[in-house]
Design a protein around this ligand. Structure first.
Ligand code: BES
Ligand code: MN
Ligand code: ZN
Length: 490
């Protein structure tokens, strides 16, 4: 990951120079200086490449002057329409364009300091790589970039604006690391261990295991865990950042952390089963979110809770037909052992409410394949019993490019999970599969404002996006950090 610094505008003598050019704008500042230093090569090159500065357009001039390896021009679109997301995307494209050089200067001298910081954020987010397990990658294939200097007339201001963004990017990277790890490495115990790293940021971390869960009566979560040789864990992370005298009830974020989901006795087909290593993305997102909030010292009291289990078939696994008693006291008939995420969330959410009496709860879970059928990979499913909370979640997501779409809830759907033998069953049939899953979770909401994000379609991506390389997306970290910042601080 390259170091990012903020410097006064000056032409580099080596490495790469990135020019961020708005549509139809004349060359100015560093771009004009580069034009003069190269004897007009910049304008000649841009013209020959038919570069207009439209959004996403880019053009490379190789060896434009002695010493300099390349100048890359990146289009920003219309100058007056440039927003934070546009600046981040340009930064992401810049990162990709220069990553084979050791050093790069990005000329953000035409931008406000805040937008210059967003360019840096985009470059940082796109620089992510998970290469821990590659031992034979060729040197020439590895990125070389060591330093990015963002050139800004107000470098000090830009640097200050970037500081909280960097903490958020650290949280995003933590989530991406957790979600990318293979399931033989990232077991529930290992994942709980990694939560402990947040202590150095001032987060209080509390871990419980199966004995304590049994004592409490976590029958729903333990039923999922019982087929695995790996012990389950529940981790509570507390960030108490609200200033004294401004204390309110804490905000609560809860994540599904199934470190591998075979489906259990209702076993999944073999094709694509390896994807189920990222069935802990909800939990991974909560952990990264807590790191982001603590890292930027958010002025809010926030509880993050994750339920960590592995769903395996074995002689000790739970069966379809079993009835389990959840921590809430409600009983559940297990129809399909592959509908396990909701069982894990049920106990963690009830416990969260009993113990912390939160102002609201937001849960995140790679809960249903059905949400991918409904919304594809573009938007997460958002379910809520509270219009204000739902709006806060959705709008924060739009502001950072993590989109969600509100889905319905209601009694008619709830009827689908009625059981003949217990208080409910754990599946409601194929129609509206994501909605009946949300209805199940809602039965464990005890009068609190609540929102549920089904991130099965958005947690992992098979294609590169400007600020999100393919793989683990960390969807939700930026959204929920932004929601806290916009509505629940100060
Ligand atoms: N983890 C899966 C959901 C999932 C599917 C996430 C695809 C990411 C990609 C979940 O535990 C599951 O298996 N859900 C079942 C529910 C069904 C048995 C009612 C599903 O969606 O098929
Ligand atoms: Mn499952
Ligand atoms: Zn699952």
């Amino acid at each position: 990951m390259p170091d990012i610094t903020f410097v006064k505008p000056a032409l580099p003598r080596s490495g790469a120079l990135v020019l961020l050019l708005a549509e139809g704008a004349a060359l100015a500042g560093l771009a004009k200086a580069a034009e003069e230093a190269t004897g007009g090569a910049v304008s000649r090159g841009l013209e020959a490449a038919k570069f207009k500065g439209t959004k996403g357009q880019s053009c490379t001039l190789w060896a434009p002057s002695a010493g300099l390896a390349k100048i890359v021009a990146i289009g920003l679109g219309k100058a007056d329409a440039l927003d934070a997301q546009g600046a981040e995307n340009a930064g992401g494209s810049a990162q990709v364009a220069v990553q084979q050089e050791r050093e790069a200067v990005i000329a953000a001298d035409g931008l406000t300091p805040t937008l210059a910081a967003s360019v840096a954020m985009g470059a940082r987010l796109r620089s992510y790589r998970f290469d821990r397990y590659r031992t034979t990658e060729k040197e020439e294939d590895k990125p070389k970039l060591e330093r990015i200097a963002i050139a800004s007339a107000e470098a000090t201001k830009a640097k200050a604006a970037f500081a909280p963004m960097q903490a958020i990017a650290d949280g995003v990277f933590l989530t991406r690391d957790l979600v990318s790890e293979p399931p033989n490495v990232l077991t529930p115990t290992e994942m709980a261990e990694r939560c402990k790293a947040l202590e150095k940021l001032g987060v209080e971390v509390d871990i419980i295991g199966p004995r304590e869960m049994k004592r409490l009566g976590f029958g729903a979560l333990l039923g999922v865990a019982q087929g695995s040789a790996q012990e389950p864990r529940m981790v509570t992370m507390k960030w108490m950042g609200a200033p004294k005298g401004k204390k309110q009830k804490p905000l609560a974020f809860i994540g599904k952390g199934v470190t591998f989901d075979t489906g259990g006795i209702s076993i999944k087909p073999a094709g694509g089963m390896e994807d189920m290593k990222w069935d802990m993305a909800g939990a991974g997102t909560v952990i990264g979110l807590m790191a982001a909030l603590a890292g930027r010292k958010a002025k809010a009291d926030v509880i993050g809770m994750v339920g960590l289990v592995e769903n395996m078939p074995s002689a000790t696994a739970q069966r379809p037909g079993d009835v389990v008693k959840s921590y809430s006291g409600q009983t559940v008939e297990i129809i399909n052992t592959d509908a396990e995420g909701r069982l894990v969330l049920a106990d963690v959410m009830w416990y969260c409410q009993e113990k912390y009496d939160p102002r609201f709860m937001v849960d995140l879970a790679t809960l249903t394949g059905a949400i991918i059928i409904a919304l594809g990979h573009e938007r997460a499913g958002l379910f809520s019993n509270d219009d204000t909370l739902a709006t806060h979640v959705k709008e924060a997501g739009s502001a950072v490019g993590e989109k969600a779409w509100r889905m319905p809830l209601g009694d008619a759907y709830d009827k689908q999970i009625k059981s003949d033998i217990a208080d409910m069953k754990n599946v409601g049939g194929r129609p509206g599969g994501s909605i009946t899953a949300a209805q199940f979770i809602q039965r464990f909401v005890n009068g609190k404002p609540w929102a549920h994000l089904d991130i099965a379609g958005t947690a992992w991506s098979s294609k590169d996006a400007p600020t999100v390389p393919k793989g683990a997306t960390a969807y939700g970290v930026r959204m929920l950090d932004r929601m806290v910042a916009d509505h629940y601080e100060g």
